[in-house]
Design a protein around this ligand. Sequence first.
Ligand code: ZN
Ligand code: FE
Length: 257
Amino acid sequence: MSRLQIHMFPALQDNYCYLLHDETSDKTAVVDTPEVAAIERALADTGWRLDYILNTHHHWDHAGGNAELKTKTGCRVVGPKADTARIPGIDIEVGEGDEFRLGDSVARVYDTPGHTRGHIVYHFADDDAAFVGDTLFALGCGRVFEGTPEQMWNSLKKLRDVLPDTTRIYCAHEYTQGNARFALTVEPDNAALQARAVEVDGLRAAGQATVPSTMGVEKATNPFLRPDSPGLMAALDMTGADPVSVFAETRRRKDHF
Ligand code: ZN
Ligand code: FE
């Protein structure tokens, strides 16, 4: 079995960026390219040589460093098949059900449209790690910029259905504390959420990251994965409503929070 090493580091204001290193083959990838200087520092710190960029979606804080890094390192760019025109330098197009191999480490790709038209998630099942970009955040989800609430809910539901509870969720931003504030407004009686909000405040006060979380924790505490929970429906005065409507209302409230 492969062993995937994950080196996490901050970039820009509140992005997280990840170097992935497959020990057996000595291959290295970076998940998204928010900031070239931060990625170059991480490569210097680890001594790894960049072979691939794995893009989740086209936004500048995810693909903005593609061209420069590709020129400097000769790496190849992997990105969503559904959005090739907006992924600078794309070489390898992947979508739902495809596999990407970083040496012996294998990622399964899922299409998760909603935040953007073409957004993908990379799941390294053997390593219990998923890189979810701006689709799922710790205690939150991405804004629905290009898709519909129904599309976004289907993407989140897919992740909820396919990723085991033990999966470490590596998202692209440190938004957890603000997300917790909002989550408590729609699920005030969720004890697991209350406990987690306290834990998140403690981590942030100590200057520590709240990422990664796990799918099990998200399922229990993230309102955007819980539109079918009776407590959330009741708090929104939507008892009996369908999950899409409950998700849409939750997202709408967060947009105005
Ligand atoms: Zn984005
Ligand atoms: Fe982003």
